[in-house]
Design a protein around this ligand. Structure first.
Ligand SMILES: *Cc1c(COP(=O)(O)O)cnc(C)c1O
Length: 357
């Protein structure tokens, strides 16, 4: 691989994280969430590495097309379902399981005349107020779907937690209680927890739906993935393409926003917002250059960043630079950038080479 910037994907870590998640939910099956290009880790290689997952979950039909095209035969769940008859036909052809969260999606199923018998996950809105049937709407939706009888293969029930990443949030308990009140006694398969809910063992259900935790990243602000026994999967790394000495008192980069406080040694690294780094990454953000932590100096450019490596004179053209990875958690970079690790991972652009290890 000749491209300088690459996202090195540790497939062994992916599998270890899946095994670790199973320890948190020993009786549940695992739907591995691989939407958004597997959170930037590469959809197909990630799914192939996680062949052990009980099912895969995606957000878009195209993502499912790619998985089936790669020979993935496991169940695939469309987390937001389908939005027109053409998508429903495609879902039938690819044997996708669909979430139904809106009356318009029930109508699509009622109008479906093909031979496929869908497995349908009914989504109940227990307090997220984003998708799903509100508790008072659920019985009617459930009856309508049940009326499809043998035209459906199975009905299952799910909800999504809004604040599972905040330990002790009252809303989580309320959501779980509402879900149980609506669904107990129906005898149907259920799913509630994302990564945060799974790691805090918020509530048992038949399936868990981890995304972020699979990638070895913590959904809890301020809590390290390693404290959950998870291993970071992605190392975003590049190379130093130039170095320079900049005398004290001069500015570096666009806008002159960073000024040397001493005679400085600056490394230019081939990684910029064109690769997915946030433009707003502040000066001082850690970057590992040639094995040592150094600090971002000045604004992120489209193709490059400058790093103050004054304390590491061994840095040279070709030195390896790590933007994030096992020794520099993406959670830490996200905090500094006032965002969440999800966004940083998903933003890794097409220009970055994915290298499976
Ligand atoms: C994305 C998504 C998940 C995974 O969330 P993580 O926080 O990454 O574990 C689970 N369920 C649904 C419905 C989702 O959309």
């Amino acid at each position: 691989m000749s491209r300088l910037i690459k996202a090195v994907i540790d497939s062994q870590a992916l599998r270890a994280n899946l095994a670790r998640i199973r320890e948190y939910a020993p009786r549940a099956r695992v739907m591995a969430v691989v939407k958004a290009n597997a959170y930037g880790h590469g959809l197909v290689p990630t799914a192939l590495a996680l062949a052990d997952a009980d099912a895969f979950a995606v957000a878009r039909v195209e993502e499912a097309v790619a998985l089936r095209g790669a020979g993935i035969g496991r169940p695939i769940v469309l987390l937001e379902g389908v939005f027109n008859a053409a998508q429903l036909a495609e879902a039938a052809q690819l044997q996708l399981d669909v979430v139904v969260c809106d009356p318009a999606q029930i109508e699509l199923l009622e109008g479906y005349s093909g031979a496929h018998r869908f497995l349908v996950w009914i989504k109940i809105d227990t307090g997220m107020n984003r998708l799903g049937f509100r508790p008072e709407e659920f019985p009617a939706a459930f009856d309508r779907l049940r009326a499809l009888g043998p035209r459906l293969r199975e009905l299952r029930l799910m909800t999504h937690l809004a604040r599972a990443d905040e330990r002790g949030a009252a809303l989580t308990q309320q959501q779980v209680a509402r879900f149980h009140a609506l669904t107990q006694g129906l005898g149907l398969t259920t799913s509630i927890c994302n990564s945060a809910g799974t790691l805090t063992q918020s509530t048992p259900a038949d399936w868990v739906r981890p995304g972020l935790a699979l990638y070895g990243v913590s959904p809890f602000p301020g809590e390290d993935a390693r404290s959950f026994g998870l291993t970071p999967v992605m190392t975003l790394e590049s190379s130093v393409i130039s170095t320079r000495r900049v005398p004290r008192g001069e500015s570096v980069g666009y806008g002159g926003s960073w000024i040397t406080q001493r005679d400085s040694y600056i490394a230019i690294v081939a990684a910029g917002y064109g690769d997915g780094l946030p433009w707003g990454l502040p000066s001082g953000t850690p970057v590992i250059v040639d094995g040592k932590r150094a600090a971002l100096a000045g604004r992120v450019s489209m193709d490059m960043v400058a790093v103050d490596v004054t304390d590491n004179p061994a840095v040279h053209v070709g030195s390896r630079a790590v933007i994030w990875g096992p020794d520099l958690p993406v959670e830490e970079i996200a905090r500094g950038a006032r965002t969440i690790p999800y966004e940083l991972l998903c933003a890794v652009s097409q220009r970055v080479a994915l290298a499976l290890r």
